[in-house]
Design a protein around this ligand. Structure first.
Ligand SMILES: Cc1ncc(C[n+]2csc(CCOP(=O)(O)OP(=O)(O)O)c2C)c(N)n1
Ligand SMILES: [Mg+2]
Length: 311
């Protein structure tokens, strides 16, 4: 089944990144989505290449689920010239315009108004596409989230807001950051936006709720906001586990392991196929050159090119 294949592929790719990270050749931070694959896959399986996606610091899964090139992502993380950002961005600056993955931006919540602006451009240009914006629940604590909801609702923009609620922002649990009564879904709904919430560890639930929300957005009835609960298994940033440092309990982490989106899923042929693809991507990255001085000089021109493609 495609949904499970895609989740397994993302899981194994990120495990390979975690395995090689301590070699110190990837000179950028990495925020892994291991445990959260169902949200990326369940949403992106509803999108076509002409639809746009934008994400934040934890973007590997979204980029891959949208069809972004694996070799170019691995090369980017290794800072190589063949990377999707020509080796200048690293893990938190992914882009693949051919498949509609516009960008990822590391400043929390900054991708939200950018995504809304892109959707506004699509509407003005009468291009029938939806822009999906992935962000964590931490991003809803930033002012731009509210401004973006308001503008997207006002202009009935073709935007799908996807909030991945993994209950933590770095080491801070949700209850020390937001009052218990603060209901993000209700806030979006109060703007007249279509809303729903679901189990982010069930790929079927994510897929079907996204499908329904997209019907609304594609009909031109305005944006949709969906919140999915899920859990990251590894440390906030980096390849290791950090439950022992005390900001969350081993019991809580173990409970979420029982809800793993890939629980009970096994397929030896798929594992082999994925392993071969990963080996080829790492080899491509290793064999690629580092960027030269000329590439650095071209940086400004390239950013302008990306902007002119989508706006
Ligand atoms: C404006 C801003 N503030 C702080 C940071 C540092 N920072 C990076 S990721 C992160 C946590 C964000 O939490 P959330 O949005 O829930 O995403 P998650 O890491 O849980 O996927 C923080 C505070 C940042 N990158 N940008
Ligand atoms: Mg979070």
């Amino acid at each position: 089944m495609t949904l499970y294949y895609e989740m397994l592929r993302i899981r194994r790719i990120e495990e390979a990144i975690a395995l090689h990270y301590p070699e110190q050749k990837m000179r950028c931070p990495v925020h892994l989505s291991i445990g959260q694959e169902a949200v990326a896959v369940g949403v992106c399986q509803n999108l076509s290449p002409k639809d746009y996606v934008i994400s934040g610091h934890r973007a590997h899964a979204h980029y891959l689920a949208k069809g972004g090139s694996l070799p170019r992502m691995i090369a980017e993380i290794y800072g190589k010239k063949t990377g999707c950002c020509k080796g200048r961005g690293g893990s938190m600056h992914l882009t693949d315009l051919e498949t509609g993955f516009v960008a990822s931006t590391p400043i929390v919540a900054s991708s939200i108004p950018i995504g809304v602006g892109i959707a506004f451009a699509s509407l003005m240009k009468k291009e029938p596409r939806v822009t999906t914006i992935f962000f964590g629940e931490g991003a809803t604590e930033e002012g731009v989230w509210a401004e973006s909801l308001n503008f997207a609702a006002l202009k009935k923009l073709p935007v799908l807001f996807i909030c991945e609620n993994n209950f933590y922002s770095v080491y801070s649990p949700l209850h020390v950051r937001q009052p218990e009564e603060r209901d993000r879904v209700a806030i979006a709904k109060a703007h007249g936006i279509y809303t729903d919430a679901g189990d982010g560890n069930s790929v079927e639930d994510v897929f079907s709720k996204t499908n329904k929300a997209l019907e609304h957005v594609r009909k031109g009835q305005g944006p949709a906001f969906l919140e999915f609960t899920t859990y990251r298994y590894r440390e906030h940033c980096g390849p290791y586990f950090d439950n022992h440092i005390g900001y969350r309990t081993e019991e809580e982490a173990a409970l979420w392991q029982t809800r793993c989106p890939l629980k009970n899923y096994q397929n030896i042929d798929e594992e082999k196929q994925i392993a071969a693809e990963i080996n080829a991507a790492f080899l491509f990255a290793h064999n690629s050159p580092l960027p030269g001085l000329d590439e650095w000089r071209m940086q400004n021109r390239d950013s302008q090119e990306i902007l002119s493609c989508v706006l």
